[in-house]
Design a binder for this molecule. Structure first.
Ligand SMILES: Cc1cc2nc3c(=O)[nH]c(=O)nc-3n(C[C@H](O)[C@H](O)[C@H](O)COP(=O)(O)O)c2cc1C
Length: 164
C-alpha cells in the first residue's frame, strides 16, 4: 500500500480539518495516509507522496509551509506532491481577489513542480472588518466558514487517482 503524508500548518484548526477530510478520501481510495502537523514530520523519504496544506496569512501562503517545501524540495520533487491553501479572499472575495489567491502557491510550486494545487475557502473568527471587505470584495453578510466541502472532497478524489 502506498504511504501518503498529509501535512498541514494551522493556527485555528480549519486547515487541519481540511487536511483530515482529504486524508479520509485518500484512505477510502486505498492509499495509506498519515496526518501530521508540519512540525511533527520526520524523515520524508519513506513516503510515496505528499499533500501539504496551509492558510494564507498576510497575502502569503504561510511562511512555515513555504520554508518546509524549500527545505525538502529534493524529496518533494522526486515524489508526487500536492499543495493546497485556505483563504478568505478565495472563498468569499470578488473574482480578482480569487485570482490573486490562486497565485499564492506559485513560489512553492516553482520549487517542486507539484502534481496538483488546491484552493479552498477559509474560516474567519468573526465578521470581516470593513477594510478587508473593501479590499477583497467580501459581502457584509458573508458566512464565517467558506470551506466548500464537496469541492474539497472532489479535489481529493482526483488527487487519489494521481497518487495511486
Ligand atoms: C493573521 C491572519 C491573516 C490572514 N491573512 C489572510 C490574507 O491575506 N488573505 C486571505 O485570503 N486570508 C487571510 N486570512 C484568513 C485565513 O487564511 C483563514 O482564516 C484560514 O482558514 C485560517 O486557517 P487555520 O484555521 O488553519 O489557521 C488570515 C487570517 C489570519 C488569522
Amino acid at each position: 500500500m502506498k504511504r501518503i503524508l498529509v501535512t498541514y500548518w494551522t493556527k485555528t484548526g480549519s486547515t487541519k480539518a481540511v487536511a483530515q477530510g482529504i486524508a479520509e478520501v485518500l484512505d477510502a481510495a486505498g492509499l495509506g495516509t498519515e496526518l501530521k502537523a508540519l512540525d511533527e514530520v520526520g524523515d520524508l523519504w519513506s513516503y510515496d507522496g505528499f499533500v501539504i496544506g496551509a492558510p494564507v496569512n498576510g497575502l502569503h501562503w504561510k511562511d512555515e509551509a513555504l520554508a518546509f517545501v524549500a527545505s525538502h524540495k529534493e524529496v518533494l520533487s522526486a515524489k508526487p506532491t500536492a499543495l493546497f491553501l485556505l483563504s478568505i479572499m478565495y472563498g468569499l472575495g470578488r473574482p480578482s481577489a480569487r485570482r490573486k489567491a490562486m497565485g499564492l502557491l506559485d513560489p512553492a510550486a516553482a520549487l517542486i513542480k507539484p502534481r496538483k494545487l488546491g484552493f479552498f475557502g477559509g474560516v474567519m473568527a468573526g465578521p470581516a472588518p470593513g477594510i478587508l471587505r473593501l479590499a477583497f470584495g467580501i459581502p457584509k453578510d458573508a458566512p464565517l466558514d467558506s470551506r466548500d466541502w464537496p469541492a474539497i472532497k472532489a479535489w481529493a478524489a482526483e488527487l487519489a487517482l494521481a497518487l495511486a
